[in-house]
Each structure stands twice: as C-alpha cells, then as structure tokens.
Design a protein around this ligand. Structure first.
Ligand SMILES: O=C(O)CCC(=O)C(=O)O
Length: 296
C-alpha cells in the first residue's frame, strides 16, 4: 500500500545501507508453499500462511521492527493534505514507515531474505523478483479503518505480477484491524483506483460490481502472514482496542518492471533521471531478492 509519500533518501541525516545481500543465517520461518496455497493465491489473489514465523523468530521480528520504527520519526503525508500537514484521518489509519531496511541493518537481514523472495516468485510465476519497498503498518489504539484500495496503481511501475507479504506481528482480529479481501477480484481489476480516504467503500464507486460482494476477513495469529497480489482489492477494519496492531509488509516486483512516471517512493534525484519506460533496476534501491536457478 502507500498512496502518497515524501521521502528523502539522501542528505537527510540518515545513514543508508546499500543493497549487498548479507550472508543469510538460517531463519526459523515456514517458507515452503504447498500446491494448494499456490493454487489458492492464483484463484483468489491472496493466501494466508499460518505459522510463517515460529515463536522465537516472531520475537526477533517484533523487537527488530519496533526498534526501527521507534527510531524513525518522519511522518507519511496523506492524500487529503497533498503531502502537507493536518490529515488527521490518515494520520490515524496507521503509523507507517517505509524502507526500514535501508536504514537499519537488522531489518535488512530480515527483508533481503531470498527464501521470502522465492515464495513471492513462486506465487507470481516469476523467475526473478526485486524488492519495491518494505513498510511497517502499525495501527494504533482506536485507529481508523484502511479503506478499500488496490496497491499497484500507487506504485512507479505497472504490472499484474507484484505481490506483498503482510506479516502479523500481533494477533489480528476483526476487533483490531484484520485484513479483508474480495476473492478473485484481482483478475477483474483495471488500474483505476481511489486514494485511501475517509469513505471506506469509495473504491466501489469505480468497481460497482465489487460493492455487492461479501469480503473475506483474514484473521491471523501473531507470526502468520499473507501474500496479496498488487491488484487484489483489500482493506482493514478499525482498531477498536487500546493496543497496537502491528504488521510489517514487503513488496516484490518483477525484474524488468519499467518506470510509469509516478514518483511514489523514488528518491528525488533518481526520479528526475528516469524517463517513462526505463527499467527500475537500481540495485541499491530495488535489489534482486531471488533469482531462479538458471534464470538470466
Ligand atoms: O495494514 C493495513 O491496514 C493495510 C495493509 C495494506 O493495505 C497493504 O499491505 O497493502
């Protein structure tokens, strides 16, 4: 997700990490996909992976992402304020922090993990995947819902084959902001979209038929995860609890995706150098995470 964002990738006081994948220690993650899971993803546009992180690994992710979020203080501007100040509604959808892997070496070790990249490639039938960006999505106590939207139209490339892994760092329930999907609708999605505004169902003014369907709510235990296709319509409920609902997402793009003219997370100097149609193959910002053996 991430509809609107101003990020300064240089000259802002952060120390940025480059994209050299570190030697990866064996992690305690369930990264094997069953055939049923792959077929379910293909058909419905999303799939839940139960027990993606075991209990030790979950604690490691919670501590690592919390630490990274709490040392990053920039605000992600919302659509309604055009990136300025004062979007009270969007500010209270979630506390959002993007590309934590670029400024935190522990997050980098988690995010540049080729096993997760392999899952993304398998689900999308790709030989090579790059990371688009990561993002922490912390719904605070009494947070607003995340309105229905599709992701890919916000991004700087246009494809039917991007995917997001969304990792639950807390139990996510109907009460505290679980995700909702419209099964199968990714196949019908055009690239028309709406901003994430105050009207939770404004996407259904664009896709009228979808507004007559019942969504699937995907509750998760902490450590579960889901993948959703970049054109899968989704939303999340409000947080009707006094606790945080913490999640962390990583977005994967096909190698070979090209620039479509939108800035999104691209740093200013890089954005200014790009022309529409250029490959988004900057190995420092969007490194290859997984390459199938034999793929060139
Ligand atoms: O975490 C949420 O509330 C929404 C997540 C989302 O829209 C996404 O990961 O694409």
């Amino acid at each position: 997700m991430l509809q609107s964002l101003r990020l300064h990738m240089s000259g802002d006081g952060h120390e940025y990490h480059t994209a050299k994948p570190t030697s990866l220690e064996k992690r305690h993650m369930n990264t094997d996909l069953t055939r049923e899971q792959v077929l379910q993803y293909e058909k419905f546009g999303f799939v839940k992976i139960e027990g993606f992180l075991d209990s030790d690994e979950l604690i490691h992710w919670q501590e690592t992402i919390d630490d990274a979020v709490n040392t990053r203080h920039e605000r992600i501007p919302g659509f309604n304020d055009g990136g300025g100040i004062g979007d009270e509604f969007y500010d209270n959808v979630f506390k959002q922090r993007v590309n934590l892997w670029k400024t935190n070496s522990s997050v980098k070790n988690l995010v540049l993990d080729q096993q997760i990249g392999r899952m993304a490639a398998t689900l999308e039938g790709l030989d090579v995947v790059r990371i688009w960006h990561d993002q922490a999505l912390y719904k605070g106590p009494w947070a607003n819902p995340t309105s229905w939207h599709i992701d890919n139209p916000y991004w700087s490339f246009t494809t039917r084959n991007a995917t997001t892994i969304w990792i639950a760092l807390d139990d996510t329930t109907i009460q505290n902001g679980a995700l909702y999907f419209l099964p199968g609708a990714q196949k019908e999605a055009t690239f028309d979209n709406v901003p994430i505004g105050e009207n939770v169902g404004s996407l259904f003014a664009v896709y009228e038929d979808w507004g007559r369907r019942s969504p699937t709510c995907v509750e998760m235990k902490a450590g579960d995860a889901s993948f959703h296709n970049g054109l899968a319509p989704h939303a999340a409920g409000p947080n009707m609890t006094p606790e945080f609902r913490r999640a962390f997402a990583i977005i994967f793009m096909p190698d070979g995706a090209t620039f479509n003219g939108q800035k999104n997370i691209l740093p200013d100097p890089y954005f200014k150098r790009l022309s529409i149609g250029d490959p988004l193959d900057n190995d420092d910002l969007n490194p290859v995470i997984y390459q199938k053996t034999g793929a060139t």
